[in-house]
Design a protein around this ligand. Structure first.
Ligand SMILES: [Zn+2]
Length: 579
């Protein structure tokens, strides 16, 4: 089946550039995902003939950009071609944009060992249970502050502050100084003053010779320092302590630390906790298993038991603070929850921000909550949320402490990495020391002095997970789905006499999602005439009739015609039957 729309470019294959292994005087960086988007984080560092892979993330997709596709993964073709030099994967922390690709991609890289901290290892192992066909990951749990020799390279692991425990940064020793990558992070601070632990850690790292620093850009567009977690905990504690009725708290399951704190505080004030939502229950299980959460078993009750307790003894912790349609909070708000129905005495706390793109669904959630006349507390009204990513002030502070020769902002859309670059430049870092990269770029640091960017990129088109299949980005398929969802389809069925090239009868037209046929009789009549003329013109003097050629020609002509008449580009599918 061919696709013809005037607005769509032809299907593009990813580039197939595979550079030779770098020489001994080169430290090579190849970002494979995560520097032009939030999600599917992966980059590689090469030195001493060893390749190290940092994070194996995935990205949730939106219905607009890739309909029908579940996740986008980094393209690992470069690593597949250099499998024999891939010594290890480092996972900085347990969020899905850093571990999500593990079940899909490890085999392609030759299933190298994964170095990570305990909680991340447990999360990877648990997730792997859902993919029994994927090879068992070879997990090596590291302690923060330790140094390992991997291949012929020394690698140091150190703890960083993020919204999930056991987040770590990594320093890879090269002959020209360390390459330091942080994963996601923020600073633990009080009113913009980093805590003594942070000062000690970063000063220690900065005391070494550092070649390259790779840092988190997610929140670089925001000035100053992030709201300290302690302030959020204090606010939540105050709410838990003082609200004299039932409390429903919506948050992200990825806000692991906060979930733990809320549970501990609730228990301290003699409340019973109801957990609602699959991801939150699964993370609770992991928190207990890893010893991060120690509360009494009887602190948890099920939703069915709510009626057995006074309302001021109940805290419901629910997923769905982004207004996700089928998540617990939305079901509660829309009276679809079997056991929890809201009353005007209830207080709902949305302990989250609004992720860009979710504005409408969060608005719907808030409207639904207000229809239940509850009291609503959210991040705009009170300090009940802080993200896990440092703002520009924190990022500049860390950058100056590490004081590496070169700097590469990572993790984020271009607006974020560029803002990160700008912030550190304004703080005094020379512009020529900053590497603003793109996925697939090959950057060689030669002799520890000179940046050389290869002219071509290694394959970087995202791999897609579509249902159970994983494969190369099937751009044609995705573009077809996009076209179908936007402008519909236009099917032409015509019978062609192979001897004469004439149509046997007026062609049939079927369209879906394009125009309302009954109100478009003029368009259809003209289309039929044009189909007839096009087929008969293209077959003139043709013997035998080449139906494929006629089909392509017809699709081009009709796409152009429909676009000129309607300004829409439906997928045109000619079906020609030769008789
Ligand atoms: Zn994270």
């Amino acid at each position: 089946m061919q696709r013809h729309a005037p607005s769509a470019p032809s299907a593009k294959r990813g580039p197939d550039y595979f550079p030779a292994a770098p020489g001994k005087n080169v430290v090579r960086v190849v970002p494979l995902g995560g520097v032009e988007e939030v999600g599917r984080n992966m980059f590689t560092i090469e030195a001493n003939n060893d390749i190290f892979v940092f994070d194996v993330g995935f990205q949730f997709t939106s219905e607009d950009s890739s309909p029908g596709v579940d996740y986008l993964l980094p393209n690992t073709a470069y690593l597949e071609a250099n499998k024999d030099r891939v010594r290890a994967v480092f996972i900085t922390h347990g969020h899905l944009d850093h571990i999500g690709g593990v079940p899909f991609l490890m085999e392609r890289m030759g299933n190298p060992p994964i170095y990570t901290m305990n909680l991340s290892a447990v999360m990877i192992a648990k997730r792997q249970e859902e993919y029994p066909d994927a090879p068992k990951p070879n997990l090596i749990v590291v302690q923060p502050g330790t140094t390992h020799t991997i291949g012929s390279t020394k690698v140091h692991f150190f703890p960083v502050t993020h919204s999930i425990p056991d987040s770590m940064g990594i320093a890879v020793e090269t002959p020209y100084g360390n390459v330091i990558a942080t994963g996601d992070l923020k600073l633990d601070h009080v009113d913009g003053i980093p805590t003594p632990e942070e000062v000690k850690k970063w000063t220690g790292l900065g005391a070494q010779k550092n070649l390259l620093f790779i840092g988190d850009s997610t929140n670089a567009e925001m000035e100053g320092f992030s709201i300290p977690d302690q302030k959020v905990y204090d606010t939540l504690e105050e709410i838990i302590k003082t609200v004299k009725a039932r409390l429903i708290i919506g948050t992200f399951a990825s806000q692991f630390e906060r979930m733990i704190k809320i549970i501990e505080m609730s228990e301290r004030y003699g409340k019973k906790i109801v957990m609602e939502g699959r991801s939150i229950k699964s993370n609770l299980e992991i928190a207990q298993k890893t010893g991060l959460l120690n509360v009494k078993k009887e602190t948890f009750i099920s939703a069915q038991e709510i009626a057995d307790y006074a309302p001021d003894k109940i805290v419901v912790l629910a997923t769905g603070a982004q207004g996700e349609e089928f998540a617990a909070l939305m079901r509660i708000a829309t009276k679809q929850h079997k056991f929890i129905s809201l009353t005007p005495r209830d207080t709902v706390v949305l302990s989250s921000s609004v992720i860009p793109g979710n504005e409408l669904s969060v608005q719907r959630l808030k409207d639904n909550l207000f229809h239940n006349q509850v009291s609503l507390i959210h991040y705009r009204t009170s300090d009940v949320h802080s993200g896990g990513h440092g703002r520009a002030g924190e990022l500049v502070w860390i950058n100056q402490k590490v004081n590496a020769k070169f700097f590469m902002p990572a993790y984020g859309y271009y607006s974020m990495t560029a803002s990160h670059a700008k912030a550190v430049e304004q703080a005094g870092r020379p512009r020529e020391s900053i590497m603003l990269t793109e996925n697939g770029m090959v950057i060689d640091i030669v002799d520890g002095e000179k940046l050389e960017i290869h002219k071509d990129k290694v394959p970087n088109a995202p791999l897609v997970v579509d249902g159970f299949a994983i494969g190369d980005m099937q751009e044609v398929v995705i573009r077809d789905r996009q076209a179908l969802s936007k402008d519909g389809m236009f099917v032409i069925i015509a019978t062609v006499a192979l001897k004469t090239g004439k149509l046997r009868k007026s062609p049939d037209i079927i369209s879906r999602g394009f125009v309302y046929l009954r109100e478009s009789q003029d368009l259809l009549n003209q289309a039929r005439l044009l189909i007839k003329k096009t087929v008969e013109d293209s077959t003139k003097g043709m013997n035998p009739v080449d139906l494929d050629y006629v089909k392509n020609n017809l699709a081009d002509v009709m796409s152009g015609y429909l676009f000129s008449m309607t300004n829409k580009a439906p997928m045109v599918i000619p079906v020609l039957i030769g008789v």
